[in-house]
Design a protein. Structure first.
Length: 78
């Protein structure tokens, strides 16, 4: 089954700190909704651009996307 990476972009000098904080909220959502999601993270793209993300099964993506409103998504590969 294909996995999708839902991504939230943050820009500016505090982008990395904001992305880290956003990941906390993603983990809280996963726990609150009792979802079977184990992959979340933060990546620094540049010193002014970071992302927070979570990885979902393609079949489960639509309700999570509609509820959390990520900025974009892509096919996840390890």
């Amino acid at each position: 089954m294909r996995k999708l990476k839902l991504i939230w972009d943050f820009h500016g000098p505090e982008a990395n700190n904001i992305a880290k904080h956003h990941e906390i909220h993603l983990k809280e959502y996963i726990q609150f909704e009792n979802l079977n999601i184990s992959i979340t993270g933060v990546e620094t793209i540049t010193d002014m651009h970071s992302i927070a993300f979570l990885v979902v099964d393609e079949l489960d993506m639509k309700p999570i996307r509609d509820r959390l409103k990520p900025h974009r998504g892509q096919v996840y590969s390890t």
